[in-house]
Design a protein around this ligand. Structure first.
Ligand code: LMR
Length: 397
């Protein structure tokens, strides 16, 4: 039966992670997968997470099934983290289910969209996170791209975004990244969020917002401003969120899907379909990650500690952005990389070609995703000179 299967290329991001691990070069630099690294290249467990885990170990009373929607405390606390004190919570227009990571949430969203409108096309930013395309296609949805990032200016192509979205038909879905756009680091400002909200109202398409980096851009509240503006103004939307990055819970696979509906009854109906989709995919989510997040967000002291740890990460990344631009200039890397300082979150494009990316890997053990996306957090005082000098050597050849 399996004889007809053809080999599949390795994942463009996770494949590099494995190659990096196997590389014996002591100078190797990993700028590939979106995992936060500290100044010595480690990804330690947050102190707030350790404390919550210790609490859980002492206080967990049962391993019985959680139910389709997962941990109710987590669902309520994460809804507040995303939407703030929003009237859609008060009026029961939003319901959240815990999911296995952000990817699990996106897959549930895709199946729900397919069930609601089998002919729906999902529109994604060009470029977007490579796995978006795989997730939506696996669910049988048609996927189209709309112009978003401009490689000539290393900024947004917002006029073209508007032009394309103004033709998206009723019943389709448009995906935006809430903040820290992966892979470009370029986000909408609040006026631009308003513009796309107005187009959605006119065209009657539905937003799907991927919020994987809340707290990594400008702050927890600031990074949710686009979502909250849409929640003020649109009747329906889906928000897929992840705790991988902001709680550093990558391998625990903890995320959420939030359904916003026209009114409490319609929201309940859509949510019951969401739970039905979940039942047929993985039945129920795992407990550990949600317990940790609920314990942190349910405690003032742990929340304060988590805020402090998240602020430190964000400040380090933002500092690195200017540091990298300066270092590249100092070491004679051709081109102007000042744009890196003005972008948000963990990623930016270097805008270099595939041959250079390959030479960096094979000759220098520097790992960059094939689109030229770099994980800014992978740079530190120890590897910055080597990175800039290697890049200068490759690009000046
Ligand atoms: C990334 O974009 O590198 C991360 O979101 C990890 C992944 O699953 O691709």
């Amino acid at each position: 039966m399996f004889d007809q299967l053809q080999p599949v290329p390795t994942d463009p991001i996770l494949g590099l992670m494995a190659e990096f691990k196997a590389d014996p070069n002591p100078k190797k630099v990993d700028l590939s997968v979106g995992v936060y690294k500290d100044e010595v290249g480690n990804t330690p467990v947050l102190k707030s997470v350790k404390k919550a885990e210790a609490f859980r170990l002492e206080n967990e009373t049962s391993k019985s099934y959680l139910g389709l929607a997962g941990n109710a405390d987590f669902n309520s606390l994460i809804t507040q983290l995303i939407f703030g004190e929003h009237q859609i919570i008060e009026s029961s227009r939003v319901k959240t289910a815990q999911t296995p990571g952000g990817t699990g949430s996106l897959r549930v969203a895709a199946e729900l969209i397919k069930r609601a409108n089998p002919d729906a096309t999902i529109w994604v930013t060009n470029p977007t996170w490579a796995n978006h395309l795989s997730i939506f296609k696996a669910a049988g949805l048609k996927v189209e791209e709309f112009p978003y990032f401009d490689f000539d200016t290393m900024g947004l192509k917002f006029n073209e975004t508007v032009e394309t979205l103004s033709k998206v038909p009723e019943g389709d879905v448009v995906l935006f990244h809430a903040c820290c756009h992966n892979p470009s680091g370029m986000d909408l400002n609040i006026e631009q969020w308003q513009t796309v909200a107005d187009i959605a109202k006119q065209q009657k398409f539905t937003f799907l917002i991927d919020s994987a980096y809340q707290g990594f851009g400008s702050g927890l509240e600031e990074d949710a401003a686009g979502i909250r503006l849409l929640a003020d103004q649109v009747e329906q939307m889906i928000v897929c969120s992840s705790c991988s990055k902001n709680f550093g819970l990558y391998r625990e696979r903890i995320g959420a899907i939030s359904i916003v509906g026209r009114d409490a009854i319609k929201t309940e109906i859509t949510f019951s379909n969401t739970l039905n989709v979940i039942r047929a995919i993985y039945s129920m989510p795992p407990a550990h990650g949600a317990d940790i997040v609920a314990t942190i967000l349910g405690s003032q002291d742990l929340t304060a500690l988590w805020h402090q740890e998240l602020n430190e990460k964000r400040e380090r990344i933002n500092g690195l952005r200017s540091f990298i631009a300066t270092k590249f200039a100092e070491k004679g890397v051709p081109g102007n990389f000042d744009f890196i300082a003005n972008q948000n979150g963990m990623f930016s494009f270097l805008g270099i070609d595939k041959a250079a990316i390959n030479t960096l890997k094979t000759d220098y053990s520097i790992y960059i995703v094939g689109s030229s996306r770099v994980n800014v957090a992978g740079v530190n005082d120890t590897n910055a000179n080597y990175l800039a000098e290697s890049l200068a050597a490759v690009l000046n050849k």
